[in-house]
Design a protein around this ligand. Structure first.
Ligand SMILES: [Zn+2]
Ligand SMILES: [Zn+2]
Length: 131
């Protein structure tokens, strides 16, 4: 039954990431998944997240000095990082194909992915500053 258990854990982890709209980190995902699968370990959550990233089901947002966060938004998009509260806001914004441009301009380098990060304030913090 090991296989069945694995599938259930995997589904629970994917469900949590898909329902979260807050780009959660592994610690938050672990807390939520435990409500559904109380016996799951943090190590299993990490391994499951790695597998889901590899399969392209979720995206990993790695930022220097911070815990990796996860995103299940399947639409290509960019992010605004709020400098005040740290919230990550999805921006569905058409941009030119920077990956192709970079490959052309720097043929000696290898590019796997591009993630654009905008810095500013989320709507809530922006309002708080105005009032
Ligand atoms: Zn904010
Ligand atoms: Zn996102």
């Amino acid at each position: 039954m090991a296989m069945k258990r694995l599938t259930r854990q995997r589904k629970a982890v994917l469900d949590v990431v898909q329902k979260a709209r807050n780009h959660p980190d592994a610690a938050w995902i672990y807390q939520e998944v435990r409500k559904v699968v109380p016996s799951i370990s943090l190590g299993t959550v990490y391994r499951t997240l790695d597998a889901l990233v590899e399969e392209g089901k979720i995206i990993q947002l790695a930022r220097a000095g911070e815990a990796t966060r996860y995103d299940a938004n399947p639409t290509p998009h960019h992010h605004l990082i709020c400098e005040r509260c740290g919230e990550i806001v999805d921006l569905e914004l058409e941009l030119p194909n920077l990956l192709d441009k970079a490959r052309e301009a720097f043929p000696d380098l290898r590019f796997h992915d591009v993630q654009i990060e905008f810095h500013g304030l989320c709507a809530r913090c922006s309002q708080a500053l105005d009032s």
